[in-house]
Design a protein around this ligand. Structure first.
Ligand SMILES: [Zn+2]
Length: 189
């Protein structure tokens, strides 16, 4: 469902997405805070599209992690994924009110019901975490050149999810194809 409410510069505290509103917005009144008048605004849908682009440039589904239960009598292995959930990442990046955050997250472009019925998968899912591409590359590089010091640089467990996840590698390779096709349709307006 289209969300044409105006979101303004002042609703986003910091970061590249704030700068983007400053560049691309048109002066207007904010629909999220009545005291935000005559400020650069974009619609929630426009903002969510840009937020999606930013996210996919900077984050990827977290690598699988596992940890053996420290209890010597247990043979359990906890599976998880590196990084944080997408809504935590957006919450920190936007640093905006809960209303704004919810509206943006609800408007993120993703596989729709029809595409899911055809076997597509949602990219924004709670089934796994997301980690920064830069951090993942740095870790891979460190592993490659054997710079592992006291703390292992990979195989970390993400504390908040370690109990709940079945190991699922299928869901990690979600959306590459559909995101390309989404892009081209999204550009058309
Ligand atoms: Zn505002």
């Amino acid at each position: 469902m289209a969300d044409d409410r105006n979101l303004c510069l002042r609703c986003i505290e910091k970061g590249p997405l704030r700068n983007w509103i400053e560049r691309e917005g048109t002066e207007g009144d904010c629909d999220f805070d009545a005291s935000h008048t005559s400020v650069p605004c974009v619609t929630i849908d426009e903002f969510a599209e840009e937020a999606d682009r930013w996210f996919q440039t900077n984050y990827q589904p977290g690598a699988e992690t596992f940890e053996i239960d420290p209890d010597p009598d247990s043979d359990k292995i906890y599976h998880g994924t590196a990084g944080r959930s997408y809504d935590e990442i957006f919450s920190e990046e936007l640093d905006s009110s809960g209303d704004v955050l919810r509206a943006v997250i609800d408007a993120l472009p993703d596989a729709d019901h029809y595409e899911i019925a055809q076997g597509g998968e949602r990219f924004y899912t709670d089934a796994h975490n997301f980690e920064s591409i830069e951090a993942a590359r740095a870790r891979e590089k460190a592993d490659l050149i054997g710079l592992r010091t006291g703390m292992p640089s990979s195989g970390r467990i993400s504390a908040n999810r370690c109990n709940s996840l079945p190991a699922s590698s299928a869901s990690r390779r979600g959306r590459t194809n559909s995101s390309e096709s989404r892009r081209s349709t999204a550009r058309g307006r």
